[in-house]
Write a protein that binds this ligand. Sequence first.
Ligand code: AMP
Length: 113
Amino acid sequence: MDCIFCKIVAGQIPSDILYTDDKVIAFRDINPMAPVHLLIIPRLHVTSLNDMTEAQVPLIGYIIYVAKLLAERQGIAEKGYRVVVNCGRDGGQVVQHLHIHLLGGRGLINGLG
Ligand code: AMP
């Protein structure tokens, strides 16, 4: 499968990985929109939120938990942060492997841009 995030999971292309375990990995976004901009992804290839199954509820919940842990480790938990999932063309999803953006380190009140 020609999926860039699967290649990151497999270690076939480099990335700045901050967290890894048997279910997920997290790495810095290559084009950060905020001082802290991490992507948390399942090792399992799930194309988008549209393809999530009920059986994957624990996995996706766990990804959000890891986002919270990483927000603490990055020192942004107290001030706050944003967790974003883009889905499909209109949702602005570019990479077809489900991922959660963790953004923080600046005020995001008026949006991501
Ligand atoms: P989305 O628009 O939600 O699909 O977001 C995809 C994100 O992946 C964008 O913010 C990209 O900057 C980021 N991205 C794409 N390729 C890489 C890569 N090789 N390493 C890290 N981040 C990447």
